[in-house]
Design a protein around this ligand. Structure first.
Ligand code: NAD
Length: 256
């Protein structure tokens, strides 16, 4: 029988905190799985792969690696199990596969599940709509722990998309990431990204709007992975009874 919440990547940094937060929320923790040789949290049932986990629970929390997302999305769609996807660094093709799965199951896909960051993204979109792109240069600076494998962070890209949406442009057309060397002058309307890596920083993001006569910055700092885990568990519980479709954390928070 399918029941409760499963965790893909339950041996990871997020996986451990997610397991605690599922139980703290009073929900049923169906179990999890991870790569061969990677232990999950003590006492949590281990499944051999995504298909067997999907067959045993109502919803899967996935915080693993971008290379797994397409396969996981297909397996969950086949099992009719809802999908809360937090993994970052997905390619455009991976995202298309996730969107395809969302025709059959409820999918909540968010680069950042913290309520504070989602509020910041809503503000970013409104500010970008109000501040003309040729006068207010938008720059996003992020810092994460030294183990992080993708850059810019999914959250930074999400903030960039929010700014682009506010300005009525596509991020891909105006994105300037990792400037280095003879870059030439900044182009009007660019959205710039800089990524810092070091230590054990859980996640820091600053969005700057820099104009000739003033500068505005919005900063979010996550002190603990629990900021993401509680939001992801909230999203998992929210999927109960939801029709197939792709949702964001904004939907979960009722901010759309
Ligand atoms: P981590 O490396 O500590 O954990 C990832 C886990 O996934 C590991 O245990 C690893 O063994 C497992 N894994 C990798 N490939 C696998 C596979 N093919 N099959 C099964 N398990 C596999 O990383 P982390 O810090 O826990 O982050 C995981 C992901 O979540 C990253 O993409 C990170 O950017 C993202 N993340 C998202 C949010 C958010 O709010 N959306 C917050 C934090 C982290």
């Amino acid at each position: 029988m399918k029941q409760g919440i499963g965790i893909a990547g339950f041996g990871g940094r997020m996986g451990h905190v997610l397991a605690e937060e599922v139980l703290a929320a009073g929900a049923i923790l169906a179990g999890g799985f991870d790569r061969t040789g990677v232990e999950g949290p003590a006492g949590v049932k281990r499944f051999s792969d995504i298909a067997s986990l999907a067959g045993a629970c109502d919803v899967v929390l996935d915080f693993t690696h971008a290379s797994t997302a397409a396969g996981h999305a297909r397996a969950l769609a086949a099992a009719g199990t809802a999908y809360v996807l937090g993994t970052t660094g997905l390619s455009v093709e991976d995202e298309a596969t996730v969107a395809e799965a969302a025709k059959r199951i409820a999918v909540v896909y968010a680069p950042n599940f913290s309520p504070g960051v989602n509020l910041l993204m809503a503000l970013a979109e409104r500010m970008a709509a109000a501040l003309p792109g040729d006068a207010y240069d938008a720059e996003i600076v992020e810092m994460h722990h030294r183990q992080k494998v993708d850059a810019p962070s999914g959250t930074a890209l999400g903030m960039g998309r929010a700014v682009a949406k506010g300005r009525g442009v596509h991020l891909e057309d105006v994105m300037a990431s990792g400037r280095d060397g003879q870059t030439g002058a900044r182009k009007p309307g660019e959205i710039g990204f800089s990524a810092l890596r070091g230590g054990q920083v859980v996640g820091e993001h600053t969005l700057l709007f820099a104009a000739a006569n003033e500068q505005i910055s919005l900063t979010h700092r996550a002190f603990d992975r629990r900021a993401f885990a509680t939001g992801a568990v909230r999203a998992a519980l929210w999927t109960a009874g939801k029709p197939a479709g792709q949702y964001s954390m904004m939907d979960v928070l009722g901010m759309t």
